[in-house]
Each structure stands twice: as C-alpha cells, then as structure tokens.
Design a protein around this ligand. Structure first.
Ligand code: SAM
Length: 227
C-alpha cells in the first residue's frame, strides 16, 4: 500500500479515550504495547510520560512533524464540519458539542506533535503499514488498533482485514480492535470473517462492551487472546 500525505486525514484521540475504548486496566497499561494506526493520537506521548512502554506504527510516520501539522491544519475544519452535518450519528454525552470535540482532538494532536520528533528518534513512532509489520513475532504483549480496522470496511476488504488481524496476532500476545462498526454506523461485515479465520488457528475471539461510545452504537471491541 502506498500513501501520499494528501490521502490521509490525520485525526487523533487522547490517552483517556484509548483507556476507555480498550477497557485498559493498570496491568494492561504496564504491558509492552503496540498502537497500530495510532496516527496523531496522544496515547503514546501520554503513556510514555506515565512510564508506559508504547510503540506506535503508522504509514503517516514517513512524514516529518511540520508536514503532519500542516495536514492537520488543512483538514481539521472539514472533519468538524462533517461531524456537525452528521451530528445524529454520535452520542453527545462525554463530549458535549462539536466545539468541545475540536478542542479535545486538537489538544491530543498537539501533545502528539510535541512528542513526535523525540519519539521518532527513540523508535516509538515507526513508519509501517498493515498487513506487514516490521516487528519480530511476539514483540509486544498487547496490540491496540483504533479507528482503522472494521471502521474502513468499504475501503479495506475482507482479505485485508483477515491478513491484518493475523499480523497483529503474530507480533503481539493479545490484540484489541475498536470499534466494530464501519463508517456507515453498521456492524462491519468483516467482524465475522476475522473471527472465522482466527478461531481455527487456536485464538479466542470475543466481542466485549467497553465504557466508551461516541459513534452511536460503537461501544464494543474485538478481543483476541491465545487459548
Ligand atoms: C482515523 S485514524 C485513527 C488514529 C488513532 N488510532 C485514533 O484512534 O485516534 C486512522 C489511522 O490509520 C492509519 N492507517 C491507514 N492505513 C494503515 C495501514 N495499512 N496500517 C496501519 N495504519 C494505517 C492512518 O494513517 C491514520 O493515522
């Protein structure tokens, strides 16, 4: 898969959102974690500040901070306008308005940008794209994938999802993917396909409710463990 920066809408969530999307416990947060498709989320920056051990990978990290920052500026207003136009598709309780959403996202992305150069030098931000990751088998105890798999079910087909989930299981002992909905707000058709592929390979796949819902109905993750 090749990428130009123009094709990527950088949009990043906060540490607190990651904790709730993946129902992360204190023990989980002490694990060696891979954030796959983390983009400009602040999970890595904030976890590192709290002595966590997080590596993020994303094709976006081929670009430098100035390029990513410029792209965030160029696209954020459009993303917020789209959200406002489709306000009914979201639950406005934890986040109460489009303005608050914009402020939360910009705070998270600024934390990411402030951390990016040092994190890239330290090997915490690795340019890489599913379905082939440049990590040894079981390099991580836990892999997290937020707002990439299942969400982009129209753009990424069943074969991609199956290969990507298998690759995450190769590099990590445990995998969590959020949400299970695609952009149209329906359960992704690839959830069952991934489950059917992984279960015979000796993996236990469960769909679990988590304490996070912003996209209406999006409050479940796929949790994949070894038997
Ligand atoms: C909607 S953003 C989500 C960012 C972050 N995970 C969050 O929830 O805030 C999707 C991210 O997936 C990344 N991405 C796209 N294709 C990818 C691939 N094949 N492998 C890994 N990441 C990819 C994009 O660059 C982008 O940063």
């Amino acid at each position: 898969m090749t990428f130009t920066l123009d094709e990527i809408v950088p949009w990043g969530r906060s540490y607190d959102e990651y904790v709730r999307m993946f129902a992360l416990t204190e023990a989980d947060l002490g694990a060696r974690i891979l954030g796959c498709g983390d983009g400009p989320a602040s999970f890595n920056a904030e976890a590192t500040r709290r002595s966590g051990r997080v590596v993020s990978c994303d094709p976006l990290y081929r670009f430098d901070g100035a390029a990513i920052s410029g792209r965030i500026e160029a696209t954020s207003r459009h993303v917020l306008e789209q959200t406002r136009a489709n306000a009914d598709a979201f639950v406005w309780t934890a986040i109460r308005s489009v303005e608050e959403l914009g402020a939360i996202r910009m705070t998270a992305m600024t934390q990411f940008l402030d951390d990016y150069a040092r994190g890239r030098a330290d090997g915490r931000y690795v340019p890489a794209a599913l379905p082939h990751l440049p990590f040894e088998d079981r390099s991580f105890e836990l892999a997290l994938c937020s707002h990439l798999l299942f969400l982009y079910s129209e753009q990424l087909d069943a074969a991609f999802h199956v290969a990507a989930a298998a690759e995450l299981c190769r590099v990590a002992g445990e995998v969590r993917i959020f949400p299970l909905l695609s952009l149209d707000g329906r359960r992704s058709p690839w959830v069952e396909r991934v489950r059917q592929h992984l279960t015979p390979a000796g993996l236990v796949v469960s769909l679990e409710t988590v304490p996070y819902e912003f996209q209406r109905g999006g409050n479940q993750m796929m949790h994949i463990r070894r038997r």
